[in-house]
Design a protein around this ligand. Structure first.
Ligand code: URA
Length: 245
C-alpha cells in the first residue's frame, strides 16, 4: 500500500485506501481505482453526513463482476464450470438471494435457471414481477460438488462478493430464499419456520425470508406458506414505493 501513497491525491487517501483494501480482500488481481467515482462518493458522503453507510467500491455490477469472476479464494473455483455472478435489473427494488448454483446454473453461468428457477419465475409472476424486474444472486458464486450444502468457510469467503452487489444495487428489500441464505445473512441458527412471516433488517434494508423453490418442489404443501410470504413482500414494496412518491 505504501508504494502508492505518493501517487494519491491526499484528499482522497483514506477512501482510496479503504477501496484498495476491500478490493484486495475480494481477491482481485488488479486494483481498480476510479478517481472520478472516489471524488463523487467522497463528496456525497461528506455532504450527507452518511460516511458510516456501506459504500459500493465498484461503479457498476459489470466492473465488479469483471474483477471477481476469476475468483479462486476457495476450492470451488477449481471445480466450477462457470462463475455465477447474478442476473436481473441493476436498479432493482427487490433482490432475491439463494444458496448456491446447481448443475444447470454452473453450466449456464446464471442463477436459478433449472427447475427451481422456473418455479421462482412463477412465484414472481404471482406477485406481478418478471425476472428482469428484480435482481437474483446467491450466497456462493460457484457450484458446490454434488450440490452439497455450502460450507461455512466457503460462505464466509464468498459473502463479500454478495455484499458488494447489495451495496451497488441498494435494493429496497432483500428476500432470502431458503434456510441457508437466511441464516447466513442474518447470522443466526434460528429455524426457517421462525424466521418467516416477519420483517428483519439486513444492513438497514428490510429483509424477509421464504422457502427455497427447490424445497417447494419437494414439498408442494409449503407453497401456500410461500404465497403468504411473497404477498407480504409485494405489500411492503408497494408501500415503500408509495412513500417515495
Ligand atoms: N438453487 C440456488 O440456491 N441457487 C441457484 O441459483 C439455483 C438453485
Amino acid at each position: 500500500m505504501t508504494i502508492w501513497r505518493d501517487k494519491i491525491d491526499p484528499k482522497i487517501t483514506t477512501l482510496m485506501m479503504r477501496m484498495a483494501k476491500s478490493q484486495i480482500d475480494f481477491g482481485v488481481k488488479e486494483i481498480v481505482v476510479d478517481h472520478t467515482k472516489i471524488r463523487k462518493k467522497r463528496r456525497e458522503l461528506l455532504l450527507t453526513g452518511q460516511a458510516k453507510k456501506p459504500v459500493a467500491l465498484f461503479g457498476s455490477l459489470e466492473s465488479h463482476e469483471k474483477a471477481i469472476n476469476c475468483c479462486q479464494k476457495c476450492p470451488l473455483g477449481e471445480t466450477r464450470t462457470k462463475f455465477v455472478y447474478g442476473v436481473g435489473n441493476p436498479h432493482a427494488g427487490i433482490m432475491f438471494v439463494g444458496e448456491a448454483p446447481g448443475r444447470d446454473e454452473d453450466l449456464k453461468g446464471e442463477p436459478f435457471v433449472g427447475r427451481a428457477g422456473q418455479l421462482l419465475d412463477k412465484i414472481l409472476a404471482a406477485i406481478n414481477f418478471k425476472r428482469g424486474d428484480v435482481y437474483i444472486a446467491n450466497i456462493l458464486k460457484c457450484r458446490p460438488p454434488e450440490n452439497r450444502d455450502p460450507q461455512p468457510a466457503e460462505m464466509e469467503l464468498c459473502l463479500p462478493h454478495l455484499m458488494e452487489q447489495i451495496n451497488i444495487i441498494r435494493p429496497k428489500i432483500i428476500c432470502a430464499l431458503g434456510r441457508i441464505s437466511a441464516q447466513a445473512l442474518l447470522k443466526t441458527s434460528t429455524p426457517l419456520s421462525k424466521l418467516r412471516l416477519r420483517w428483519h433488517e439486513f444492513n438497514h434494508i428490510p429483509f424477509i425470508v421464504t422457502y427455497h423453490p427447490a424445497a417447494l418442489l419437494r414439498f408442494p404443501d409449503y407453497k401456500k406458506d410461500c404465497w403468504e410470504d411473497v404477498k407480504m413482500l409485494r405489500a411492503k414494496y408497494d408501500q415503500l414505493i408509495a412513500e417515495k412518491m
